[in-house]
Design a protein. Structure first.
Length: 157
């Protein structure tokens, strides 16, 4: 995905603004530089060297956004990622821990101290450190899902 694709995708631009606005409201700081148009911000978020991923608010939440770093880490392209249940980013043995994290995030608005094990689409395991997980809430207060970001991970054998 490049600037022209993002600039023409109003749904992705909307999700990027929701991610960025929710993060700023809850954490009191910006995730990335917010200068420029929403399209420029969407490209900046997509190209950021940190992982950013989000899911919606379905009963079994589906992934709906990932930046380039997240796509590389989970070894997926964006069309494959979209619609994948977010629970599949963790191994079955770690899904209870993940569910507790999401419950804590829902209750508190965000969590900024998460570490856990995740798995790529090809079965590669990695430990994430100091992840921030936050609720996605629009300007009217409507809950729309959750997002996560982190920049530290370690491949596991």
């Amino acid at each position: 995905m490049d600037f022209d694709e993002l600039a023409g995708d109003s749904g992705t631009i909307r999700w990027c603004q929701l991610l960025l606005d929710s993060y700023a409201r809850l954490l009191g700081r910006e995730l990335i530089a917010r200068d420029g148009s929403p399209q420029v911000q969407a490209v900046r978020l997509f190209e950021a060297p940190l992982v950013v991923v989000a899911h919606g608010c379905q009963n079994d939440p589906l992934l709906c956004y990932a930046n380039r770093t997240a796509l590389a880490l989970w070894e997926m392209d964006l069309p494959t990622l979209r619609g994948t249940p977010s629970r599949l980013t963790a191994e079955p043995v770690h899904r209870d821990e993940r569910a507790k994290l999401l419950e804590r995030t829902t209750r508190d608005g965000y969590v900024d101290d998460y570490r856990g094990i995740r798995i790529s689409s090809t079965g590669k395991r990695f430990q994430i450190e100091r992840a921030i997980v936050w609720n996605l809430v629009d300007e009217q207060g409507k809950y729309e899902g959750q997002a996560a970001t982190f920049s530290e991970w370690t491949p596991l054998a």
